[in-house]
Design a binder for this molecule. Structure first.
Ligand code: PGA
Length: 252
């Protein structure tokens, strides 16, 4: 399936215990029932909440995702979670290459690519994150850095059905700062063209923007050409705010 736009995915990161996580999902389901709307909605809670949340979501159309996966299907990898395990827990998505993994855990482009390949092999859609640091941005190196990350971490066989790309400037994550609309437009245009060169059918691949997306700026960001949706961190921890972002994308 190629994802209906806007594609709005919440990344809860390491936040949520069972009571508040379940309550947030129930609230989201209520909002969705009241105002269905088009597009694709997904949430990536911590691994400990995947099974209980999968039970609440059932066969509905809110997609469940993991925040990372191993490049291996099983084995002696203490603390890691494999793509088949996520699939087994009810996931249809998995984030790979988030900057908090690349920078905080030293993941290379090659490792991120191997994770995206493992995700596809397990039938999951990988949400592949790329993004420049503040220094790289300030030095005008954004597109060069993104090209390198894309070439190093995009699986050759990626398709619009198996992979979603997320552009997340590292300096915009959790900071309340975002690039200007013109910068986002230029970057997404560039990524669209690169995807068309790198993979067959690349023109259909969804490209999300992530980094300090909130209800207040979502309308403007989601209306930018080639911004097919958003990867939302902090604001996804509030069901009403997350829903408002999704609704802003309906109007865009
Ligand atoms: P943020 O995080 O929305 O809190 O900036 C985005 C992300 O890390 O995916």
């Amino acid at each position: 399936m190629v994802f209906a736009t806007p594609v709005v995915i919440g990344n809860w990161k390491m936040n949520g215990l069972r009571a508040d996580g379940e309550a947030r999902v129930r609230q989201l389901l209520d909002l969705r029932r009241a105002q269905p709307g088009a597009g694709t909605l997904g949430i990536c809670p911590p691994a400990t909440l995947l099974s209980p949340i999968a039970a609440i979501l059932g066969d509905g159309d809110i997609l469940l995702g993991g925040q990372d996966c191993s490049s291996e299907a099983k084995g002696a990898r203490t603390g890691d979670i494999s793509a088949p395990m996520l699939q087994d827990a009810g996931c249809r998505l998995v984030i790979v290459g988030h900057s908090e993994r690349r920078l905080g855990h030293g993941e290379s482009d090659g490792q991120v690519r191997a994770k995206a390949v493992a995700a596809a092999a397990a039938g999951l859609v990988a949400i592949l994150c790329i993004g420049e640091t503040e220094d790289q941005w300030a030095a005008g190196r954004t597109l060069e850095v993104l090209d390198r990350q894309l070439e190093g971490s995009l699986p050759e066989r990626a398709t619009a059905e198996s992979l979603i790309l997320a552009y997340e400037p590292v300096w915009a994550i959790g900071t309340g700062r975002t690039p200007s609309a013109e910068e986002i437009a230029r970057t997404h245009n560039h990524l669209r063209a690169r995807l068309e060169q790198l993979i067959r059918g690349g023109e259909g691949l969804r490209i999300l923007y992530g980094g300090s997306v909130k209800a207040a700026n979502a309308g403007e960001i989601l209306a930018i050409d080639h911004v097919d949706g958003a990867l939302v961190g902090g604001a996804s921890l509030d069901a009403a705010a997350f829903w408002a972002i999704y609704r802003a994308g309906q109007a865009a």
